[in-house]
Design a protein around this ligand. Structure first.
Ligand code: PLP
Length: 393
C-alpha cells in the first residue's frame, strides 16, 4: 500500500504525531516518586478540558463504556428511577446497561435523527413532584446518527421543575470537540473516552464527577450497587496521593499529557469552532449530493463531530463503505443497527484539517458513484472547497 490508509470514522480518531511520539517510550515505574505530580497535573488539566471547576475527573484503564458503568454504580442504587431517551445505537446501549444494572428506566423513545426530547423531559420532571427520578441521562452526541442534543436545555428543564435529580451526560464523541460546559450546565457525571476528541488510542475511560455526584457517592456509604474495579472510593484514596489503585495505562497518560497541551493551548473555544468549520464542509458536500441526506433531522440536531449520511434509493451503503476501504484506502463509518445499508458516516473529529476532509469527501464521492449513485462527480468536493475557502482565516 502506498501512502496511508485514511481514517474517517468517528473514533478511534487520528492520533497526532506529537502524541504518538510521546507514547513511544520505555516502560516506566508507575510508583516512581515523581509520577504523582505528573498525574495530579493531568487530572487538573482534564478538569479544564471538561470545564469543571469543582468535583473531580477520574481516568480508568477502560473505554467509554467502563466510565458509563462507573457513573451509574457509584451514585445510584438498584431500583432507582432514571429518565433516559433512546435515538440511536449509543443511547440504546446506555439505556440497556442501566436496565441490566438494575435501574428502573423511564425510557423516552425518539425517532432516530432527533435527540434528547427536552420538552418531554421537562413535562415528566414537572410531574414528578415526589422526586422519584434520581437521575436524568442525556447522550450529548449520538454517534450513530450524527445528532447533537442541547444539554443546557436539559439543565433548564431540571431547574424549571426545581428537580434535584442528577444529570448524567454521555460526552464520548463530544467532549474536547463540541461545546461542553460541565460546571456551567450543572452536569453531574460526564463520560468520555480517550479515542475520540482526545485523539488517543482507545484504553482510557474518562469520567467527570461534580461535587453533588461525589456527595451522592458518599451518601451511599459503600452500599448501593456492587462495584470494585470502578469504585470511586478506591480511586479517590489513591488519586489523592497522585497514584492509582491498579496499574495505570502509563503510555496513554503520557499521550494524554500532550493531547491536553494541544487542546488547552489552542483553547477549548477554538477547538469547538474548528470542529464546526470542519463539519460545515461535510454538510455542504452532502447537500450537493443528489439523493443523499443527513440522518439528522435539521440544523438544530447537526453534529459537528460526525455526519451520518443516507444513500440514494437503490444504493447499498455497505457497498459504499467497502469500496472506499478496498479501492480508495479510506475507512468511512458504517451505518449502525437500523441504519445498516442505508447510511454511512464520516467522522470529522480530532486531528483533522480541511484538506484531509476534502480527501474523505472525494473518496466517499467516488465510492458512491461506483456503488451506482447518480450524483454529479466532483459536486461534493466542490461544495466543501467553497465552504473551506469562505471560512478560511
Ligand atoms: C464511542 C462511544 C461510546 C462507547 O465508547 P467505548 O469507548 O467504545 O466504550 C459511547 N457513547 C458514545 C456517544 C460514543 O460515541
Amino acid at each position: 500500500m502506498n501512502g496511508h490508509q485514511h481514517l474517517f470514522i468517528p473514533g478511534p480518531t487520528n492520533v497526532p504525531e506529537p502524541v504518538r511520539q510521546a507514547m513511544n517510550i520505555p516502560m516506566e515505574d508507575m510508583r516512581a516518586p515523581d509520577f504523582g505530580d505528573f498525574v495530579a497535573s493531568l487530572l487538573t488539566d482534564l478538569k479544564a478540558a471538561y470545564r469543571l471547576e469543582n468535583g473531580r475527573v477520574f481516568v480508568f484503564p477502560a473505554s467509554g463504556t467502563g466510565a458509563w458503568e462507573s457513573a451509574i454504580t457509584n451514585t445510584l442504587k438498584p431500583g432507582d428511577r432514571v429518565l433516559m431517551s433512546r435515538f440511536g445505537q449509543f443511547s440504546h446501549l446506555w439505556a440497556d446497561m442501566a436496565a441490566r444494572l438494575g435501574l428502573n428506566v423511564d425510557l423516552c423513545e425518539v425517532e432516530w435523527g432527533k435527540g434528547v426530547p427536552t420538552e418531554e423531559y421537562a413535562k415528566r420532571l414537572e410531574a414528578d413532584s415526589a422526586h422519584e427520578v434520581k437521575a436524568v441521562f442525556a447522550t450529548q452526541n449520538e454517534t450513530a446518527t450524527g445528532v447533537t442534543s442541547d444539554i443546557a436545555a436539559v439543565r433548564s428543564a431540571l431547574d424549571a421543575a426545581g428537580h434535584p435529580a442528577m444529570l448524567f451526560v454521555d460526552g464520548v464523541s463530544s467532549i474536547a470537540s463540541i461545546e461542553f460546559e460541565m460546571e456551567k450546565w450543572g452536569v453531574d457525571l460526564a463520560v468520555s473516552g480517550s479515542q475520540k476528541g482526545f485523539m488517543l488510542p482507545a484504553g482510557l475511560g474518562i469520567l467527570g464527577v461534580s461535587d453533588k455526584a461525589l456527595e451522592a457517592n458518599r451518601a451511599l456509604a459503600g452500599a448501593g450497587m456492587n462495584r470494585c474495579y470502578f469504585s470511586f472510593e478506591d480511586m479517590i484514596k489513591l488519586n489523592d496521593t497522585g497514584y492509582f489503585p491498579y496499574t495505570p495505562a502509563t503510555q496513554l497518560l503520557r499521550g494524554l499529557r500532550v493531547s491536553l497541551d494541544m487542546l488547552l493551548d489552542a483553547g477549548m473555544e477554538t477547538v469547538w469552532s474548528r470542529h464546526q468549520r470542519l463539519a460545515g464542509g461535510v454538510r455542504a458536500a452532502v447537500d450537493a449530493w443528489k439523493g443523499c441526506d443527513l440522518v439528522a433531522h435539521g440544523p438544530q440536531w447537526h453534529s459537528d463531530t460526525v455526519s451520518a449520511i443516507t444513500v440514494p434509493d437503490g444504493v447499498d451503503a455497505r457497498d459504499v463503505i467497502s469500496t472506499a476501504y478496498y479501492r480508495y484506502q479510506t475507512s468511512l463509518g458504517s451505518g449502525l443497527a437500523q441504519l445498516a445499508g442505508r447510511a454511512f458516516r464520516i467522522g470529522h473529529l480530532g486531528s483533522l484539517n480541511p484538506v484531509m476532509l476534502c480527501g474523505a469527501i472525494s473518496a466517499a464521492e467516488m465510492s458512491l458513484l461506483d456503488a451506482g449513485a447518480d450524483i454529479e462527480p466532483g459536486s461534493g468536493v466542490a461544495a466543501a472547497q467553497a465552504h473551506y475557502r469562505a471560512t478560511a482565516q
